[in-house]
Design a binder for this molecule. Structure first.
Ligand code: SF4
Length: 390
């Protein structure tokens, strides 16, 4: 059986900049969309030759693999004309071996029309990851989001009518003005729409974002003084864990829940350290032994492709120790945990002792050689990982 491969395609354009956003995305004229898609199609068509010319040796098992998942993320890829998205998917089908099982598009609720949704389904997109973030219009407005709750209801119905049977909602815990009541109401509204998958992220205040800059300055713009405290955010997360469990979702990764059979097959590859290839500005790739990333700047990325150059700006050949650290860190993000016996035999090192201290501190729980994050420590997983890496 051929190795499986995931494809990630980055579309780094948005309509506006959300106040908390620290991604490399730009608000640009729609006239730049088609040249960008041309460049990505060119990268897909010529990536093997570009790697060879740059001396990057990618294992054959990787380049010959069967693509079974595609994830088009951003940014806001749903802004693109469906014909451009279709071109991206056709480039994948033409230049790689494919047996596509899951094709995900990230979409913002206000960008969805019946025509677009039908065109997406026709192009083979079978999963929509929806940037809902909150069901409170006040929180959405304060975060600089373009959509409102009514758009989520309207666009969910459009997607269902178009035959999309796998929908994921993103919610953010920690938005300005969020309270215990508004958070519970967001969970209640989400349950009414019954998406197959849910992702919940804790808001990270990055100093590179508008909001982060304002927090650092001690100002009040972007509702910077209305942010929930860290312990409230942890409480929101824990409320969601209980609520989603009772609503029939399986918690399978720190930030992700799914109805049975609707786990994100593409994202599982990241946590399981399976290979994926990223195309587009800032996209990351992983061959099993190497990681590399394309230039973040969309114009620099397009220029490199137009000049026939590999658009890479970072490359790393993983050491054995680096790979082991990833195995532990990414493995523990999954609620099934990791099997220390398998990891020890794979890497030829003893790791058991590293977990003894964490077990005594109540940060992890053990069942034979299986180790998992303790259920009451999921909201502070970063602290557990820091302890593990000491
Ligand atoms: S839609 Fe997403 S990528 Fe775009 S600005 Fe908002 S948070 Fe950033």
């Amino acid at each position: 059986m051929k190795n499986r491969l995931g494809i990630y395609i980055q579309v780094p354009f948005c309509q506006t900049k959300c106040t908390y956003c620290n991604f490399h995305t730009g608000v640009v004229s729609s006239a730049r969309f088609a040249p960008y898609v041309d460049a990505v199609c060119r990268e897909i068509a010529t990536h093997r030759a570009l790697y060879a010319a740059a001396g990057v040796t990618v294992p054959e098992t990787f380049t010959d693999a069967m693509v079974d998942t595609v994830y088009i993320g951003g940014g806001t890829p749903s802004l693109l004309d469906p014909a451009l998205l279709n071109r991206l998917l056709n480039a994948v089908r033409t230049h790689l071996l494919t047996d596509l099982k899951e094709v995900t598009l990230e979409a913002d609720p206000e960008t969805i029309t019946p025509e677009k949704a039908c065109a997406w389904a026709h192009a083979g997109i079978n999963r929509i990851s929806f940037g809902v973030q909150s069901f409170s219009d006040r929180e959405l407005a304060a975060s600089g989001r373009m959509h409102r709750t009514a758009d989520v209801y309207r666009s969910s119905a459009i997607l269902r009518d178009a035959g999309i049977t796998s929908i994921s909602f993103d919610l953010i815990a920690g938005l300005a003005h969020q309270t215990r009541d508004t958070w519970q109401s967001s969970l209640d509204e989400l349950a009414k729409l019954a998406p197959e998958h849910v992702s919940i992220y804790l808001l990270e205040i990055d100093e590179g974002s508008h909001l982060g800059g304002e927090v650092l300055r001690g100002g009040s713009k972007y509702s910077a003084r209305e942010l929930p405290k860290e312990d409230e955010m942890a409480e929101f997360y824990e409320t969601a864990c209980i609520f989603l469990h009772e609503a029939g979702y399986r918690h399978y990764e720190i930030s992700n829940w799914a109805k049975p059979g609707f786990e994100s097959q593409h994202n599982l590859k990241y946590w399981r350290r399976e290979p994926y290839l990223g195309f587009g500005a800032g996209a990351h790739s992983f061959s099993g032994t190497e990681r590399w990333a394309n230039a973040h700047d969309a114009a620099a990325y397009v220029n490199a492709l137009q000049a026939g150059r590999l658009p890479i700006e970072q490359y790393e050949l993983l050491t054995r120790n680096g790979a082991l650290e990833e195995e532990l860190f990414l493995g523990l993000r999954q609620l099934d945990g990791i099997d220390l016996r398998i990891i020890e035999s794979q890497y030829g090192v003893a790791v058991d002792a590293r977990f003894e201290r964490l077990g005594v501190a109540g940060l992890i729980e053990r069942q034979g050689s299986i180790v998992r994050l303790a259920p009451n420590k999921l909201s502070v997983s970063n602290e557990v990982f820091v302890e593990l890496m000491k």
